[in-house]
Design a protein around this ligand. Structure first.
Ligand SMILES: [Zn+2]
Length: 63
């Protein structure tokens, strides 16, 4: 039997509650896209993996 510790990199999408899978351990601040609803999520913590809805970046609003 394979005893390889398969690190499962996944978390729950805060938008649709679907599972978001990462091919590798995500980095803090990384932006990923939910495969279910397509929303962009920003990784705010890596252990455990926590994501929040990424702010919508459209045009540069200027200040
Ligand atoms: Zn989603």
């Amino acid at each position: 039997m394979s005893a390889t510790p398969t690190a499962s990199h996944q978390c729950e999408c805060p938008e649709c509650a679907g599972s978001v899978n990462f091919a590798r351990a995500p980095l803090n601040g990384e932006v990923v896209r939910c495969g279910d609803c397509g929303v962009e999520l920003e990784v705010t913590n890596t252990a455990p993996i926590t994501v929040t809805l990424a702010p919508e970046v459209e045009e540069d609003w200027g200040e």
